[in-house]
Design a binder for this molecule. Structure first.
Ligand SMILES: [Zn+2]
Length: 527
């Protein structure tokens, strides 16, 4: 009996010790974490400037990415503020009835999942990961895939934390297009670094077996920057789960600049605030913050970056420039076409609907946002993707939605890169030709699964239009040697036999398929 009591007591001690360790880890300086008991998240129909003013008097924590008149806006309210809301004529709906319950559930899940050892693959995505855990995982991926992945440093945050990234590309190839996927400008959007890390993980994990990934990595360099705002992210883990901005001391007890209002294109305009306490405080000037400065410098130093997605949460949206003005961007039709494609790819995975459109009209005006800058100043196709959900959990998305959310983004992340992947063209190579022997003719860079025709000429270079292929061969009097259907990576080959009595003369060879030709190879038949 005594023994049993002792065992139970022992187990309790261990359990309590584990809890204590977590609590200490979560608040290293001994300061308690901010609590949100009975805080509600409400969706309010804003019909007028007065409605907005009323809500601004009740709370400074707007959960929607932007605010505007004539639509729903989400806010967090203290119990007292909620009582006041009930006395107004505002039309509202309660999305979350006790925010602290969701935070407690998230913390309990984290304590449980972090008791395991080193995990890899999908298992890493079964719970949210801290700044240090993400950094370690980047190192693990680089160690596991040294030929494909390398870690790079973008610079330091205000508090001196490293903003790091993972570069992923395959060796060889010509000029590659840069594809930038970054996340976590806003600290509390915990799902976002998980999704960009998932893209990195799958590019590396599938390279050996997925021909599309091989082909893409031979044409693109992926830059994955999981945490643009490490100070804010760490703060959201240790002190205040609802923190959004960076950790700039604005003076007078006010902290934080909204990094995604601090970029220079449209800086200071609609949908940003000059009030230091605002969640969308734009800072004293464009690029006043080290986090935006070093990201800007990194992008300018990599002018081949042609595609960019800035991941946020929540509300399931695909947004494109401009955010600061209602004028359509010069490439509106391209943005719209790609936006629709990404939308349908995302929907095809778990049937989640993401609306798409120009930021200014799809949500509300937002000035000084990153994709307006990557498009306007860096010439890249710049998108914002707002991840799950649509408000049921908001920033407190349950961990069991990390994988499904990441899975549904994966095909869109590939398709978007293909939009800028350079057409490497078709390259022909031929083995040396000897009388009476076989010689292989090979092409790479053909369209996948397409019939490739290997032609040659004994007469020399010229111009010969081939109507069925809609190509002009650079050969005079070309003859067909043979054909082969390309594989999924665009490789095809044909084994030609050189006649034993062939004259020892020059041969010109070229491959072609519908609307595409290779280089011409000139070679000599040898004895
Ligand atoms: Zn955001």
């Amino acid at each position: 009996m005594n023994r049993r009591i002792l065992n139970v007591f022992g187990a309790m001690c261990i359990g309590t010790a584990a809890l204590m360790t977590s609590a200490i880890a979560l608040a290293q300086d001994g300061t308690a974490q901010a609590r949100f008991d009975q805080h509600r998240v409400v969706r309010v129909r804003i019909e007028s400037a007065n409605d907005l003013k009323l809500m601004a008097g009740l709370t400074s924590d707007m959960w929607s990415e932007n605010y505007g008149i004539g639509g729903p806006v989400d806010f967090r309210l203290s119990p007292e503020a909620f009582e006041t809301l009930k006395t107004t004529s505002l039309d509202y709906e309660v999305l979350i009835s006790n925010l602290q319950d969701l935070i407690d559930a998230e913390q309990a899940h984290l304590r449980e999942s972090n008791q395991g050892g080193i995990i890899a693959g999908d298992e890493w995505f079964t719970d949210f990961k801290s700044y240090d855990q993400i950094s370690q995982q980047v190192n693990t991926l680089v160690a596991d895939y040294p030929d494909l992945a390398s870690r790079f440093s973008i610079g330091q945050s205000l508090e001196g934390r490293e903003i790091f990234g993972l570069k992923i590309t395959a060796p060889g190839g010509g000029d590659k297009a840069g594809v930038l996927y970054n996340s976590n400008q806003h600290a509390r959007e915990w799902i976002t670094p998980m999704v960009t890390m998932y893209i990195a993980d799958r590019l590396l994990r599938e390279y050996a077996t997925n021909q599309e990934v091989q082909d893409l990595l031979s044409r693109c360099e992926f830059f994955i920057v999981p945490t643009v705002n490490p100070d804010g992210y760490v703060y959201s883990w240790t002190r205040n789960r609802m923190w959004r901005k960076n950790r700039r001391n604005n003076g007078g007890g006010s902290y934080g600049v909204d990094l995604n209002r601090n970029w220079s294109v449209g800086w200071g305009g609609e949908g940003s605030s000059g009030n230091r306490d605002s969640e969308i405080y734009r800072g004293p000037s464009a690029f006043s913050e080290p986090e935006t400065q070093v990201m800007r410098d990194f992008i300018l130093a990599n002018p081949h970056i042609a595609a960019h997605v800035d991941f946020h949460s929540y509300s399931q949206l695909i947004l494109w420039p401009w955010g600061y003005t209602g004028s359509a961007p010069p490439d509106a039709s391209t943005f719209d076409r790609i936006g629709r494609e990404l939308q349908s790819l995302i929907r095809g995975v778990h049937n989640k609907r993401y609306d798409q459109g120009q930021t200014y009209w799809s949500i509300y005006p937002a000035s000084g946002v990153m994709p307006d800058w990557t498009y306007g100043e860096a010439g890249a196709l710049g998108y914002t993707i707002e991840l799950r959900d649509t408000g049921q959990y908001g920033f407190l998305l349950p961990a069991n939605q990390i994988l499904p959310n990441a899975e549904e983004i994966w095909p869109a992340a590939l398709a978007f890169a293909w939009e800028v992947a350079p057409d490497v063209g078709m390259t022909l190579e031929i083995d040396p030709l000897f009388r009476g022997q076989q010689a292989e003719m090979r092409v790479s860079g053909a369209a996948p699964s397409t019939m490739v025709y290997f032609t040659y000429s004994l007469a020399g270079m010229g111009n010969t239009y081939v109507p069925v292929l809609d190509v002009t061969l650079d050969l005079m009097l070309p003859k067909l040697a043979g054909s082969d259907e390309s594989d999924g990576s665009g490789n095809a080959a044909y084994m030609a036999t050189v006649p034993a009595n062939a004259p020892l003369i020059l041969v010109w060879a070229q491959a072609a398929h519908y609307q595409r030709t290779s280089n011409v190879v000139a070679t000599q038949i040898n004895n």
